[in-house]
Design a protein around this ligand. Sequence first.
Ligand SMILES: [Zn+2]
Length: 272
Amino acid sequence: MLAFLVAAALIGALIGSFLNVVIARIPAQIEHADRQMDATAKADEPPPGIAWPGSHCPHCKHPIRIRDNIPVISWLLLRGRCRDCGQAISARYPFTELLTGAVTAWLVWQYGLQPITGCLFVLSAWMIAMAVIDYETTLLPDALTLSGLWLGLLVSVGTDFISPTLAILGAALGYSSLWVINTTYRWLRGIDGLGYGDFKLFALIGAWGGPEALLMTLVVAPLAALGVLLLQAPFKGIDGQREIPFGPYLAIAGWVAITAPTAIASALPPWG
Ligand SMILES: [Zn+2]
């Protein structure tokens, strides 16, 4: 079993390495699309691809050698710097790889090798990508929120993870509840407190976990956000006007709310 989990973690870390590419390129594609809308833009600029061209240094654009592309290890050996230009490479790269590896091993441990494990793995990869992209750019791309939402609805039809009724209710309730909260906030303060991407992400969480997961997410997410804010306070101070992306905390809390209840139930004794 241990060898199994180690293999799962390694495969997860490799996929996390690809996730880093997606995390960098989806916002770049959105920016490119925005520039195309701008009348002053050069119209013939091609959009950046997702998987092509291959990995390269974000600073000097030099392609990454195969031996420098080993998850986590390469970053540590290179001390977080590009081999060619010596510029710092964000700690986000090994962080995403470690996190994806750990989450993959945990899923295999909890759910074994069955179709739902694969589905939950896709969900986890989406959640990690959304959390990191929102943290870095305050964007929650439709390409991830909406596809994840549809996938959750399909999972409810194809597996017994959640009933389609609960999934549809959860999706509708997720979107509309945050919409109501935001509309009220805007009415009181004149500005948006949340982004529309947050509504879609919350709908996704409802589609995968139903109304119960929404409730659990709403309790856990603000606590996670508050915790991080307090931890940062001595360094950055507390500024009520500063825009804090809520997406990463929604993603973390939602992921816990979707995957943990089954895990907790399986850990309890059968008579509990
Ligand atoms: Zn470089």
